[in-house]
Design a protein around this ligand. Structure first.
Ligand SMILES: Nc1ncnc2c1ncn2[C@@H]1O[C@H](COP(=O)(O)OP(=O)(O)OP(=O)(O)O)[C@@H](O)[C@H]1O
Ligand SMILES: [Mg+2]
Length: 164
């Protein structure tokens, strides 16, 4: 691999099992990752379709995409370069039928979630002082973490009538 120093080259070519790279800002981490992708495809015969490069921000994903496209020739477009969020949405849209949803779902951000809870409280004529949005959202989130369906939740809380 041209254009890598000894340590970068070492990190680029260890492909057997997980590898954690810790290095300072601007020291060439992304360069190592993009070269690793090229190495996996060109030298290790990995199908580009089986490579996933994850970033936190859209900006970082765009930068990674561009650098992978410039470095990897044939098959670059099959490498999946994505943020955590867009990867999860793509998987959900493709397979949501398995958990009984439709692929045309919308994802609400924090303020949209608050708005909808406010509307629900109004519809149910519940006093927002007794049922603050934040507590409602946190109860919903907790129920989801416990894999509770709305039916499960209703059953579990029907007796007490409390949303905890
Ligand atoms: N061995 C090298 N030879 C030549 N140029 C290099 C080398 N390593 C890194 N660079 C260059 O240094 C710059 C910074 O590298 P890179 O973007 O990969 O670093 P980074 O650690 O990902 O940075 P950041 O912390 O900002 O994400 C880039 O222009 C890259 O091409
Ligand atoms: Mg980087």
């Amino acid at each position: 691999m041209p254009g890598l120093n000894d340590k970068q080259l070492e990190a680029c070519c260890i492909t057997d099992g997980p590898l954690l790279i810790l290095a300072g800002a601007g020291s060439g981490k992304t360069r190592v990752i993009t070269h690793r992708i090229a190495y996996l495809i060109d030298e290790m015969s990995v199908n580009p379709y089986n490579i996933l490069a994850i970033t936190f921000t859209n900006k970082a994903a765009a930068e990674m995409r561009e650098r992978v496209d410039n470095l990897v020739g044939f098959g670059a477009e099959s490498v999946w370069v994505s943020t955590f969020h867009s990867m999860c949405v793509r998987i959900l849209r493709k397979h949501i039928d398995k958990i009984g949803g439709t692929s045309s779902f919308t994802i609400y951000d924090a303020s949209e979630q608050k708005t909808v809870v406010k509307e629900v409280l109004k519809y149910l004529q519940l006093d927002p002082k007794l049922y603050p949005e934040r507590a409602m959202l946190s109860a919903i989130s907790k129920a989801k973490e416990g894999y509770m369906t709305p039916d499960d939740y209703e059953k579990a809380h029907a007796a007490s009538g409390k949303a905890t």
